[in-house]
Ligand binder design. Structure first.
Ligand code: A2R
Length: 328
């Protein structure tokens, strides 16, 4: 039996490449010197695509070269690297890798929150610089008696909230809809939650609907004792407004795992002492990245065995195809 052709635009983990090499004919776009010529030749044969943020956006330009593409398996729970509207218009199913990273991202979020408040990286730098020999490290802010507002109480947001319960802090959330059966305080407006809380944790999807959700007005509402933790997407925060708020002490501090133009981080943030900066590592453990990679592979295998996608994104045509059957 002939194997199905799969395109990988940018390099993914060796375990994913090995698994796809076993079951499919895997085409490595990033290794091609003449990308256009390669796509012209191989493009019409491609039926599946394994996407990651490394190679940039999977958009109409790339899809235009792939007239027989059926499925895009994207690495990561966020899929703002894929133009899902354009994919849906072309009848292409898109899958992501939800759930398998919830605990890892939630753990890192708690770590980043405490690191930011208790200034753990700053204290480490202080010791290494020999400063402790001269004087004790200055007293830090605290998590004690804080009110934490979670922006996006989804799968990961709930895992963060469950962990926070162990820290004796008050927990609130904001999203577009109030959730049934959730005991945390709901704030229909983000500004209202920012005014009521002194920690904001962003864990929404990226993309147009959440772009600059956290802007100068929200940061002002959060106030001078306020701390922002962003483990969502860089686009969710107006980075210029955040830099200004940190510089002018409009807010106290920030812990950031994501940035607007990764991997470039504004020098102003790098030079600041009241921020903890991470290179987008929330899900980046060997264990969890392996599970995410396996889900990319499993989605492609399931699709080409005729069993449908395992984890289609909500915008994908698959749900629409399923609806009439479900109704019947
Ligand atoms: O708005 P709702 O009620 O649908 O709640 C969702 C919330 N959300 C928003 N909140 C405020 N304004 C918006 N424009 C907005 N859009 C979505 O984000 C929901 O509570 C949450 C997303 O939850 P899940 O879909 O379960 O995503 P998961 O697996 O927790 O991952 C969240 C994101 C990824 O998309 C990556 O960007 C990042 O975490 O790693």
């Amino acid at each position: 039996m002939t194997k199905t052709d799969i395109l990988m635009p940018g390099p993914m983990m060796p375990s994913v490449i090995e698994a796809l090499d076993r079951d499919f004919v895997l085409h490595r776009l990033w290794e091609q010197s003449d990308r256009e010529a390669f796509l012209r030749e191989v493009g019409p044969r491609i039926r599946g695509l394994a996407a990651s943020t490394v190679a940039g956006r999977t958009d109409g330009t790339l899809l235009g070269h792939l007239p027989n593409l059926e499925v895009i398996a994207s690495f990561g729970v966020g899929y703002d690297n894929v133009d899902v509207v354009e994919a849906a218009r072309r009848g292409i199913v898109v899958t992501n890798t939800p759930d398998v990273l919830n605990a890892e991202v939630a753990d890192l979020t708690i770590g980043l929150l405490i690191a930011t408040l208790r200034q753990i990286p700053q204290a480490d730098r202080y010791l290494r610089a020999g400063q402790w020999l001269k004087a004790p490290f200055p007293l830090s802010p605290t998590l004690r008696e804080r009110k934490v507002g979670i922006i996006g109480l989804g799968r990961i947001g709930k895992a963060i909230a469950r962990r926070l319960e162990g820290f004796d802090v008050s927990i609130a959330y904001h999203g577009r809809t109030r959730q049934e059966g959730v005991a945390y305080a709901y704030h229909p407006t983000l500004k209202g939650m920012a005014e009521a809380c002194d920690v904001l944790i962003a864990i929404t999807p990226g993309g147009a609907s959440t772009k600059h959700l956290i802007n100068a007005e929200i940061l002002k509402a959060l106030g001078p004792n306020g701390v922002l933790i962003n483990v969502a997407r860089g686009s969710v925060v107006d980075e210029r407004a955040l830099i200004e708020a940190l510089r002018s002490k409009t807010i106290l501090a920030a812990g950031l795992d994501v940035f607007e133009d990764e991997p470039r981080v504004p020098q102003e943030l790098i030079d600041m002492e009241n921020v903890v900066l991470l290179p987008h590592v929330a899900s980046a453990s060997v264990h969890t990245r392996r599970a995410m990679g396996q889900l990319v592979v499993d989605n492609l295998i399931s699709w080409f065995e005729g069993k449908g996608p395992l984890t289609p994104v909500p915008e994908t045509p698959w749900s629409a195809v399923e609806l009439p059957a479900a109704a019947g």
